[in-house]
Design a protein around this ligand. Sequence first.
Ligand code: CA
Length: 623
Amino acid sequence: MVRSALKISIYLFMFLSFSSYAHGEPRRFVEGEIIVKLKGQQAGVSGQSFMGKAQSKKGLKLKNAFSRMGVYHFQVKPGQEVDEAINELKDDPEVEYAEPNYIYGKATVGTVQQTFSSSEVSAMSNSSSSTYLATDANIQVQSSWGVVSHNGVPVVAVIDTGLDLNHSVFSTTGAIWQNSGEVPGNGIDDDHNGYIDDVNGWNFVSNTSSMYDDDGHGTHVSGIILGVTQDIYNPPYPAATIKIMPLKFLDGDGFGKTSDAIKAIYYAVNNGATVLNNSWGGPSYSSALHEAITYAYNSGVTFVAAAGNSGTNNDSAPMYPSSYNVPNIISVAATLDSDVLASFSNYGKNTVHLASPGVYILSTLPGAGYGSMSGTSMATPFVAGLAALMKSEKPDMLGYQVKQIIMNTTDLVVDGGGHPLLNNKVSSEGRMNVYSAVQSAKVSSVDASQPSYSFSNQDRGLASSIAASGCGLVSKMVKNGRGGPGGGSPAPESWGIFLILTVFALPLIIYNALRKKNPAQRRVHERYKIESEVKVKLGDRELVASVSSISQGGVQINTDALLDQGGIVSMVIRSPDGQEQIAVEGRVVWSESQKAYGVQFAETSQTIRERISSWTKALAKVS
Ligand code: CA
């Protein structure tokens, strides 16, 4: 009683920090950026003509392409408003949808009040404390551990603010996912997944392999997930039976872009994660995000998402991604340890599935310590940890069945008078129970298939979705290239050196290469400024990028996707007027900040050289 009263009184003093999450706030998006989906099965093909006019007529600059999905991420022309660009595209017969690059935020309330050392935590875990441990009795975590057979090692992707890889709870247990196909630090994308040296996941904020947590949220969430599967409070910690794949897309303030969230989801699914933890969200509906989760569903993956912290009903005021109706999404509300719904927690009889502890949860923080945090952010990883235990037992169980079992095994909690606490609040009317779900998974046969689901964005009006204009915070996020310890943008001086090296080295590289190949041809080719589109194929990856300069010897292409230096690529380059295209092979000879690449042509035919001559006749030379 005293403990609950203390919690409630402290809670009253907590300030609410879920700014991107508060109901009724303007929706937020990245200024100057849009996401466009092209129509048709063969989006890559129809994309050719669209891309030509997008760049020449509409002034759109391609930032990234998910060409298999027909989804493209553009920078709009300087000075143009996002809604203006979207309105221009809305009526284009080739466009299925165009939307802002929305911003989402972490789903915590308040801040960490106090941090504890490992030994303090160990003492706390053995006495009654004012925080909730991942192993507290009501959800029956510890009793489940004796039940699970470890038939597989499930990978849980934590799509969040990053992870402190050096925290002993992770570093001494082997809990961090290792990409076995990648050689650390050799600067090569060994496994050809598009990411160089992605040994332990990826940082989509800095677009590097450097992993850190400049917020603390992701490390806390990861600790809860691991804490459902094993002891994280009393060293020496046992060896982990699951793997955490940290995918950083939220920055140090806890905000992230849809374009990065999508990349993280595709990365997680394509690199073997079977449970995705999403302790973030916002009120903006994004078709592209909806589609990415549909892709996860069709891959059999479980997608656990925070219901939100506005204290509102998601049935009437949806929060995304938790409110998409994709059947693998488990939307999680937060309860106190008394099983009462937390006052900040969103709910929804139809769209929030179950509740889980989410107030004063004690878990890991960056820098070796622990602390307690509250929010549906903390309730979500309990469910992700449970899903991981179930996948340990039944590695082939599909996301849909995992969700059904978790929902069917909740405890229908009641208050002292026997009145149900979660009736009309969540669709299962219960709070998760780890033991019951694991036990049920153990005795269930694995369903070979799950209901079919396909993406549809039917009644989502674009005009209403971008009614609100951008805000200061968004500009700050976009303008200040954020870099945490060991990551982020290079310092201005190193940029300068890089540029000088590039400018001087490129002609030399091309000169040397050509001299070897053709001793008679010693002249370095003139380069011309060009605005065009190139389709690049590397192995079975294909992407669409923009070309900013061209010569008889090569091109400069711009893309956020990573290309291997030295890698051989096939390219289809479009003429500036979009009327012609040439197909050439080339080799990536240099890169600038992994955004611009110099590709040197392999042997080119007389016809191709003539085409390039005719294209460049009217173009300005690169000085
Ligand atoms: Ca790789």
